[in-house]
Design a protein around this ligand. Sequence first.
Ligand SMILES: [Zn+2]
Length: 147
Amino acid sequence: MRLDIEVLRDELLAAAREARHHAYAPYSGYTVGAAVYTENGRIFTGANVENASYGLTICAERVAVFRAVSEGVRRIEAMAVVTRDGGTPCGACRQVLAEFASEDALVWCMSEESAVVEQYRLADLLPHVFRLLSQSSGDDELTLGGV
Ligand SMILES: [Zn+2]
């Protein structure tokens, strides 16, 4: 990683805290801000967006990842998530992050109430990740449940 790890952590957490203010969570009241640091040194943020049809709700983490990918990013180096209680990304978000990040990518989760920051490796949050190699990669074999 190009930046000092503590500087990156603090910068990402600050971005995630700011993004949390834009969460739309009238049903759960559980607001989440997320930020990802990408291969080209950019930061993309996201906030959760709920919907009256609950299944249409999207998490802050996926908003941040999809914003980055929709602007051409294909590699995410780290993620920060800020919630009131230090909640970690849900299973769906872990799988989405794994599509674009290595198993050693760092995920920082901060509790806004206690200011405690926990650090995880993606592989710790999502062991035995599902991978499906694309045809365009030149690989004909499918890899299920591991790298
Ligand atoms: Zn999620």
